[in-house]
Design a binder for this molecule. Sequence first.
Ligand code: SF4
Ligand code: SF4
Length: 156
Amino acid sequence: MAFSCRQCGSCCMYLGDYIVIERQTGPFTFDCESVSTGTPFTAEVDEDKQTIFGDFSFPERNPAACRFLRPEGNLLRCTIHRDSPAQCKFYRCVVMRVSDVRGLLLGTVRGTLDLHSDDPGLRAVWEEVVRRRPKDDGKAEPWIAVFLQERGYRVD
Ligand code: SF4
Ligand code: SF4
C-alpha cells in the first residue's frame, strides 16, 4: 500500500492562494509562504525543471493553480520538488484502493482516512470502520486495511 504519486497535479490545481511567492530573489529562486501554516520558505526551481518553469502559459491559463506547477508531457509536475513545503512532500491523495473480489474498484480511502465511494455496501461497512477504528491515524491505516480484507474486500 505504499503511496506512489502519479504526478497528475490535480491536488495542486487550486493551491495558488496557499503557496504564495512573496518575491523573486534570482532567476529561479523565490521567497515564498505556505499560507495554511504561515510558514515562510525559500525555493529554487529544480535544475531539471527550469525549462518547463520558464513557460508561463500554463499559470496564465490556470490562475488558481500553484505558481510552481507546470505541464510536462502527460504529467503536471511540481518544479520545486526539492524545496516544496513539508505538507506537499507528505501529502497522499489516496492511501487505499478498495475493490470487490473480482477486482472491480468500489472506492478509495484518501490520505485523510475518509472514504470516497458510491457503493452502498462499502459505505455501510465504512460506518463500522468510523465507529471502531483506532483514534491514532498511524495505527488506524493498517487496522482499516485488515478490517476491510476480513470482510472480503481487496485492498491495494
Ligand atoms: S498526490 Fe495524488 S492528486 Fe496530487 S499529484 Fe500525486 S497523484 Fe495527483
Ligand atoms: S509546491 Fe509543488 S507540490 Fe506544493 S502545491 Fe505547488 S506544485 Fe504542488
